[in-house]
Write a protein that binds this ligand. Structure first.
Ligand code: HEM
Ligand SMILES: Cc1cc2nc3c(=O)[nH]c(=O)nc-3n(C[C@H](O)[C@H](O)[C@H](O)COP(=O)(O)O)c2cc1C
Length: 518
């Protein structure tokens, strides 16, 4: 790596046949890697032969390069920084990109790639970022791919499949639901309201609205109520037009100033209130904000490529995020109102005291079987196994592993309360695997935002349709036509079984060291 490479030499390697990129002063040969880059070939070609430091750091941690590329691909150090003009004049002027027609997008990943090309850099960093080295974020999805399905054949699967089910007693059109994501306006001017309209068009998909949403949850419910009811293919009208039929839930961050939370809960559950929520998902995996470096690195100040970001949050304390010495992460700067003092003994009684009887409480962010059992004993209606999409504590377990841990260590909780899971779901087959393993419903976070960012409500609807269609196709390939037929025997988890803890004990299996005994 001692070679010194002048920018003029780097500039010659600006195409698919020879693709070099300088990142943080080091020149890398990405020719072999580029066609398989999960973020797409085109972003690498955009920077080929030049300095990709800013673009790379906006989405990746420094360690990703070292863990992905062999050392032999580090060609040397740049002898001097790439002159901006020289670098751009050495490459053909990039053609303005055209958004592909919606009908050409066939997978959630297709939507992700379009969003990466069209969302402003700050929004993209906010949505796509995850904590530190993003291991949990990656493993959330790769762990699904390690679980294999066990298809059965020669079974008549001609019957239509209905995905209708219930979530916390609320009828929904699919077990796939929309996980809560904050600051929807950063992605689309109508943010969470546009998601609500799409969920209604999908026949009543459950939507969990964040306390840090850009719109008050009452406005989100109202948007669904006001949205015209689509006709079913058979010509009959879908119902879904009273508040009772809109499956909107509140994701709750408890405010450091408790009366703010009391007032919020009261307004959304009072019998005479105009818009009532169907339950509360209390987020428990973010007592402090995760360290999301891609989001920290990009300034919140507007630039030509990143217009003003709308960070108004009507349900949370009004905050204007200002960069500090740690950076500019929207997620962190917006989270300063969230209480870090939640406990089993105080927070759940506090919630119960502020909710009418019968409003279900779910704990979002359970990451061990032990906590699943505590939740069960605490009498909540359910848990959402989640690690915040890998945005909170990096190297916490992939969500689907925690579902297996619960199956192994305390299966009784699956009988006694509803268990949901989110994180890394990109295919209907992922949903199928989670359902087979006992999940009542499966949440999607970023996938919905990719649809919203690229194509508004239509994009959200398409993302949900694609996942539903893939779920139905995978079910039929496995020989089943009803959600009731799913069971764990339909999946093979051997490749990851060794990662699943087999005891509720808090002790390490053999390391018994204690500092206090020294
Ligand atoms: C100009 C530089 C680069 C840009 C703009 C870029 C952009 C992206 C984007 C947008 C994604 C999708 C992330 C998501 O959906 O959450 C991605 C994924 C990925 N990229 Fe890059 N990338 C760059 C360079 C590289 C390099 C040099 C490597 C490694 C040698 C790399 C490795 C990966 C990997 C492993 C993933 C999938 C896992 C992950 O999201 O962390 N990328 N990239
Ligand atoms: C941009 C963004 C904002 C989020 N905001 C919240 C939030 O306000 N409250 C919360 O409980 N979870 C939040 N999450 C986590 C999601 O609810 C969900 O757990 C996660 O996105 C699921 O992983 P996936 O994105 O891989 O589908 C957020 C996630 C993203 C990507």
């Amino acid at each position: 790596m001692s070679r010194s490479i002048p920018p003029s030499e780097l500039a010659n390697h600006n195409n698919i046949d020879s693709l070099w990129l300088a990142i943080d002063g080091v020149v890398y040969d990405l020719t072999e890697f580029a066609p398989t880059h999960p973020g797409g070939l085109s972003v690498l070609l955009d920077h080929a032969g030049g300095d990709g430091t800013e673009a790379y750091n906006a989405v990746h941690s420094p360690s990703l390069l070292l863990s992905t590329l062999p050392a032999s691909k580090q060609l040397g150090r740049l002898s001097s920084s790439v002159p901006v003009l020289a670098a751009s004049s050495s490459q053909p002027t990039p053609k303005p990109k055209q958004k592909p027609p919606l009908s050409s997008l066939l997978s959630v990943n297709d939507f992700r790639l379009v969003a990466h090309d069209f969302l402003p850099p700050k929004t993209l960093a906010f949505v796509s970022s995850a904590a530190t080295d993003c291991h949990t974020h990656r493993r959330n999805s790769t762990t699904y791919s390690q679980i294999t399905l066990r298809p059965r054949v020669l079974i008549d699967v001609s019957a239509p499949v209905s995905l209708k089910t219930t979530i916390l007693g609320q009828p929904v059109s699919s077990p796939i639901f929309v996980s809560p994501t904050s600051l929807g306006k950063t992605v689309h001017p109508e943010g969470e309201r546009e998601i609500a309209r799409a969920c209604k068009e999908m026949g009543g998909v459950a939507q969990i609205v964040s306390t840090s949403a850009s719109f008050a949850v009452a406005d989100v419910i109202q948007a669904a109520l006001d949205h015209p009811i689509p006709s079913s293919p058979d010509g009959s009208q879908q119902q879904n037009n009273t508040n009772d039929d809109i499956p909107v839930f509140l994701q709750l961050y408890v405010d450091k100033h408790a009366p703010n939370t009391s007032a919020l809960l009261h307004s959304l559950t009072s019998p005479n209130g105009p818009s009532k929520i169907k339950g509360v998902f209390l987020t428990v995996d973010a007592p402090v904000p995760g360290k999301r470096e891609a989001d920290e690195r990009i300034q919140t100040t507007p630039t030509s490529s990143s217009p003003t970001i709308n960070t108004t949050t009507p349900m949370a304390t009004q905050l204007t995020p200002r960069p500090d010495t740690n950076g500019s992460a929207l997620g962190r700067l917006m989270a300063s109102y969230i209480s870090p003092s939640l406990t089993w003994s105080h927070t759940l009684p506090f919630l119960r005291a502020h909710l009418p009887p019968g409003v279900p409480i779910v704990l979002k962010g359970i990451q061990t079987a032990s906590d699943a059992l505590c939740a069960f004993h605490a009498g909540v209606s359910g848990i959402l196994i989640s690690n915040h999409g890998g945005r909170s504590l990096d190297t916490s377990p992939a969500s689907i592993l925690v579902l297996l841990e619960i199956q192994r260590c305390c299966p009784e909780v699956l009988e006694g309360m509803e268990v949901f899971v989110d994180g890394g779901v990109g295919r209907g087959s992922d949903v199928l695997k989670a359902l087979c393993l006992g999940a009542r419903g499966v949440g999607v976070g970023r996938g919905v935002l990719w649809g919203l960012g690229g194509y508004g409500g239509e994009g959200v609807r398409r993302v949900l349709e694609i996942l539903n269609d893939e779920l139905v196709t995978s079910m039929k390939m496995c020989g089943v036509t009803s959600l009731d037929e799913l069971h764990p025997g339909m999946v093979n988890t051997r490749a990851i079984d060794h990662l699943v803890p087999d005891t509720l004990s808090e002790e390490h299996p053999y390391a018994k060291w204690r500092r206090s005994k020294l």
